[in-house]
Design a protein around this ligand. Structure first.
Ligand SMILES: O=C(O)CCC(=O)C(=O)O
Ligand SMILES: [Mn+2]
Length: 205
């Protein structure tokens, strides 16, 4: 994996109120193909149910939570089963830590099987991640469009997250912006997304 100084074409996506830095080709396409195949194979994919208005609905996509902490995690109102970090996830996490200067101890692995799998508008603002979390989001496989929308002004930023890219959201981004991966009618192949986060463990042994 390359070193951060080589990422000359990185680009800030947010005009104000936080940062979302896009680093294309963070992972080479050869590595990405290998990681995709291995993650697809070895991840115990889960489809947690979301409760809305007292009814249970399956989430529109598959995802699994890995952590090397003992903190229990509720994401978008869903309690996640913690799985131990794997060697592959640890390698990618360490590369993200080096490139971003932040620390991570957990990752949510998302699988979008086709254009029908999506994640609706939300912020990654769980208290357990602290007040201004840095989130490192790695994309593998098919390109999907990622949208950010400012909570007050409604200003929208759209970007294609390509294979091997790294998106680093930090500062006020989770306070002031929501984000989504919308469904698409365009025929798209599968995509795996890794969002590395740091769960604060100071209250835990
Ligand atoms: O798939 C993505 O790029 C975004 C996933 C996401 O927002 C999340 O896991 O919180
Ligand atoms: Mn998110």
């Amino acid at each position: 994996m390359s070193t951060p100084s080589l990422f000359s074409d990185k680009r800030e996506l947010l005009p104000f109120d936080g940062s979302a830095l896009l680093i294309p080709r963070f992972i080479s396409s050869a590595e990405s193909t290998k990681y995709f195949a291995q993650l697809n194979e070895e991840t115990p994919w889960e489809m947690p149910e979301i409760v809305m208005f007292g009814k249970k609905y399956p989430q529109a996509g598959l995802s699994t939570w890995f952590t090397n902490t003992k903190v229990s995690y509720v994401y978008s109102g869903i309690a996640r089963t913690p799985h131990a970090m794997t060697p592959l996830l640890t390698d990618v996490m360490n590369a993200c830590a080096l490139a971003t200067g932040a620390e991570y101890n957990s990752v949510l692995v998302n699988l979008y099987r086709d254009g029908n799998d999506s994640v609706s508008w939300h912020s990654d603002n769980e208290a357990v991640n602290g007040s201004e979390p840095t989130i490192a989001s790695v994309s593998l496989g098919a390109t999907r469009r990622f949208d950010l929308r400012h909570k007050e002004s409604g200003e929208t930023v759209r970007v294609d997250l390509e294979d091997g890219s790294l998106l680093v959201m930090s500062g006020l981004s989770q306070h002031c912006w929501v984000h989504q991966i919308a469904k698409t009618k365009t025929k798209v192949g599968p995509r795996i997304n890794l969002t590395f986060r740091r769960v604060i463990t100071s209250q835990q042994p």
